[in-house]
Write a protein that binds this ligand. Structure first.
Ligand code: M6R
Length: 616
């Protein structure tokens, strides 16, 4: 959940590290630090509680010499120890001869710390990570730099993604990984990089490889070498070339990444569908042996797995797959999956959804499903991430880097991939008549234009946000395929504006939540006319009004009846029921954004959250 950057080359390291950290700030933002290395100089470490700008100021004040051309940096999401200067990374040993940045949790740190203390080591922080610096110090007494790293990591239990630098060999950074989130090696000319995520390095290179669990990378300006941690054997890596641009990782004039990403959704969805769906004919295609395998014609049940927003996209995917393939499908919160004993096996298709492809709960569930013999498809935004490497088939969503902690464009891109996959499988299994299949494909191809129309309502949404930002509780109601949208809209509001919000199936309202309704509890209802349960939804609206509830309804343009019932409305263009989620979520993302903005919240970096949850 923390962010890591390492640089070794010929340029001053500090600006490169600070820029990388700023791009990784979405991963953790309670404190940050960097360590700079140079032959014959003591390691220079600067660390500060607070956001990256606090570190930037401290670095500016320190007037660092440009001779430091190697270094490592970290932005922290606290697990062990308060977010104060001393707990910020990098951590060092007793002699300040090395520096360590760590993402993950060292589970046996108490025992290691006790032992190291009894051997005379003095600890300066409350973190679990610092034990690693002292273990390395011990290792260095008997072994070389690489040997010391392997020796130290062999004693650590838990998860880690680490970058380490040693004053004795300042140009040779070492990265290693075992759980603890992604670690990529970025390849340059006369310079090389390490980072938790690709966007951190996009200004410098587009060539990367990912470290796998159990691997160690020795990175110097002119070479990168990968070894297995267990036996020291060399591993060959094939670099991948990403098509993400630097602009995609920047705000480009928008006040927040979240706003940029909300408004970018029509384009992102087009990218998801490009080359897979012909929007004119409605034809769908997927290339590669996996996509024509016999298994895809014969699997008997489907499980979708994800967390947070990805899980809500999965709920919609479940409904689509079940409806059009006539195969039992279930959505499981990935963190709960292994606590049950779901009857899956060789006949099961498991679809894993993850923007980052690094969410630990989702990866654990993926592995569990794999161990039970299921075939895995990963729907993922991050090329080369763990989920994509471990799955049998991969559908990249191509939404471009998503930086805002609140997921927006990744969600609609996941819906696009799920829709597309449903049509593809329905064609393969002949569960939809060919004419209808093409018609559905064309309708899907038309969605980016509909989304564009809906996003034009931004100013109307902002007016509503002004009116409703004063409330402390919200209910979101939806039926059928709009129920996951109620959940997702409630999640958006709570995570960035800290307003309590709940999503419910509208039918559940009379079973309890209706007791909450009064003048201080706005209810947001998805009341699109295309919904098969439209009449029932109208009844729900009346019930809310009868109890003096404040009602905001999402209605289809021209639906006078729904309009009459609601205090305020958000109008959507007519859209067929199954495609409704693509458009209904947009004004609600904007609503959450505008409410948070009015409340002065930290929209792109909401408190306590991190973009990628890599610890359980
Ligand atoms: O990277 P993933 O899609 O696996 O992340 C899953 C959740 O952590 C993520 O969707 C989270 O709920 C977001 N903060 C939602 O906006």
């Amino acid at each position: 959940m923390c962010g890591i950057v390492g640089y070794t080359g010929f340029k001053p390291a500090a600006p490169i590290l600070l820029q990388g950290l700023a791009r990784l700030e979405y991963r953790g933002y309670d404190s940050a630090g960097l360590a700079l290395l140079r032959s014959g100089q003591p390691i220079l470490t600067i660390k500060k509680a607070g956001k990256i700008h606090c570190l930037v100021s401290a670095v500016q004040e320190a007037r660092i010499s440009p001779v430091f051309t190697s270094g490592l940096g970290h932005t922290r999401w606290a697990t062990h120890g308060l977010p104060v200067d001393k707990n910020a990374h990098p951590h060092s040993d007793c002699r300040n001869q090395l520096a360590v940045v760590h993402n993950g949790i060292i589970e046996n740190y108490r025992a290691l710390k006790r032992r190291l203390r009894s051997q005379g080591h003095v600890f300066k922080s409350d973190t679990d990570s610092e034990v690693l610096a002292h273990l390395l110090e011990q290792g260095l007494r008997r072994k070389g730099w690489v040997g010391a790293v392997r020796w130290a990591l062999a004693q650590v239990q838990g998860t880690y993604s680490v970058v380490m630098g040693y004053g004795g060999e300042p140009e040779k950074l070492i990265g290693a990984k075992s759980g603890g989130g992604a670690l990529v090696v970025g390849l340059g000319r006369g310079e090389n990089f390490l980072a938790s995520d690709i966007p951190a390095l996009l200004s410098h290179t587009r060539r990367f490889f990912y470290l796998q669990d159990g691997e160690l990378a020795v990175v110097s300006p002119s070479s990168t070498r990968v070894l297995r941690l267990s036996n020291g054997r060399s591993v060959t890596k094939r670099p991948l070339e990403v098509d993400w641009s630097v602009q995609q990782a920047e705000k480009e004039g928008y006040a927040h990444f979240m706003l940029k990403e909300i408004l970018e959704q029509p384009r992102a969805l087009k990218r998801t569908l490009a080359g897979r769906l012909d929007p004119k004919t409605g034809e769908v295609k997927l290339e590669g042996p996996f996509w024509s395998s016999a298994f895809l014609r014969r699997f008997r049940n489907i499980t979708l797995l994800g967390m947070g927003t990805s899980a809500y996209a999965g709920m919609i995917g479940r409904d689509l797959l079940e409806k059009y393939l006539r195969v039992p499908a279930q959505l499981e919160n990935a963190s709960e999956f292994r606590y049950r004993k779901p009857p899956i096996g060789k006949d099961s298709l498991v679809i894993v959804l993850s923007q980052s492809g690094e969410t630990v709960d989702t990866l654990v569930a993926l592995r569990e499903a794999k161990a039970q013999g299921a075939t895995i498809i990963a729907i993922c935004n991050a090329m080369g991430s763990s989920a994509t490497r471990e799955a049998d088939g991969v559908l990249l969503t191509h939404a471009g880097p998503e930086i805002g902690v609140a997921s927006t464009k990744a969600f609609t891109a996941q819906l696009g991939a799920l829709w597309f996959l449903t049509l593809y499988l329905a064609r393969l299994r002949r569960t939809i008549p060919p004419g209808l299949l093409l018609q559905k494909g064309r309708a899907l191809g038309h969605v980016p234009r509909l989304m564009q129309k809906v996003l034009r309502q931004r100013h109307h949404v902002a007016r509503l946000a002004r009116k409703y930002a004063v409330f402390h509780n919200f209910l979101f109601l939806g039926r059928g395929i709009q129920y996951p949208i109620a959940l997702e809209a409630a999640l958006k509001l709570k995570e960035i504006s800290y307003i309590h919000a709940e999503g419910y199936p509208a039918g559940e309202m009379k079973h309890g939540p209706i007791a909450l309704i009064d003048r201080r509890m706005p209810v947001v209802a998805m009341a699109l006319r295309s919904s098969t349960a439209h009449e029932k939804m109208l009844n729900n609206l009346m019930e809310v009004r009868a109890r003096s509830g404040r009602l905001i309804a999402l209605v289809e343009k021209g639906d006078r009846e729904a309009r009459r019932l609601a205090e305020d409305t958000l109008e959507l263009p007519p859209v067929e029921e199954d495609l409704g989620p693509f458009v209904s979520i947009l004004p609600l993302q904007l609503f959450a954004y505008e409410v948070a903005r009015r409340k002065g919240c930290e929209i792109d970096q909401p408190r306590h959250l991190a973009k990628s949850v890599t610890v359980e």
